[in-house]
Design a protein around this ligand. Sequence first.
Ligand code: FVH
Length: 293
Amino acid sequence: MEPNTVEKPSVTVLGLGAMGAALARAWLAAGYPLTVWNRTPGRAAALAPEGARVAGSAAQAVAASTLVVICLLDDTSVDEVLAGVDVAGRDLVNLTTSTPAQARARAAWARRHGARYLDGGIMAVPPMVGAPEAGGYVFYSGSRGLFERHQETLGVPAGTTYVGEDAGFAALHDVALLSAMYGMFAGTAHAFALIRREDIDPAALAPLLADWLVAMIPAVHQTADQLCSGDYTTGVVSPLAMQVAGTPTFLRTAEQQGVSPELLIPYFDLMRRRLAEGGGEEDLAGVVDLLLR
Ligand code: FVH
């Protein structure tokens, strides 16, 4: 086999919590020269035996590489770490979970300070990093040219999905997917609560629940198609009128099982409102519009 003679670009990672450390280890394992910094120095020192250069300050770490990856707790910690640091000429990639507005403000801040900027939203948990088979990936948004320049390096810890020039879009996609996830977790919590006091093994319900949720996934695509076309009645197999008629059964069952309906009620209320507005022949796409303020 030909030896790999192409020099790998140097990477700096600021923040070595569970996620930052996983990212750092993925680049180290792939042979990238890596400089690390963390507020609590022990976390950086732990990576030295694996080949990382440990910077004495965030400023030194930023000075060590053109590509600087930031993975801190939140936007406030990014403020604190970058305060007074010279970022001119750097390519900042901020993987810290942020709101779209925070991401856009950070991009503007980077521009004012002479840095290029990409924002990222990580769709993975730490064990999925550096494990391509796990399917984890990161949304990126901001300069397409900058993304393409670093795509190979950024693709080492996890897959890359570029979602647009607007720096806020990675955060928006991240939050959209995670919000849907919490809706699913809410439904799952309610389902387990319903059987909690019965002689039903949660481990027996789990595969049934998981398979049912997977079977319902096509509804995501149908909703998107309906939102795109503006016709919410095409392809409807479970009309809203029928679904709303069924909601008392869900609420009575919850009551009989001694389970609070608090996770279901807000959604049922929206379904009823849409029905009252004349959406009985639709499926559930109309709920999307009711959420818009
Ligand atoms: N871990 C996960 O499952 C999720 C997966 C999806 C993406 N998130 C986001 O990734 C960011 C980092 O998360 P993390 O898991 O690494 O978080 P922690 O293990 O809690 O580490 C936090 C790091 O941030 C440093 N830090 C916090 N506050 C400050 C500050 N004021 N100044 C400087 N550094 C700060 C902390 O340093 P230390 O406590 O070790 O000194 C850690 O390095 C995050 O946005 C997730 O939402 C992870």
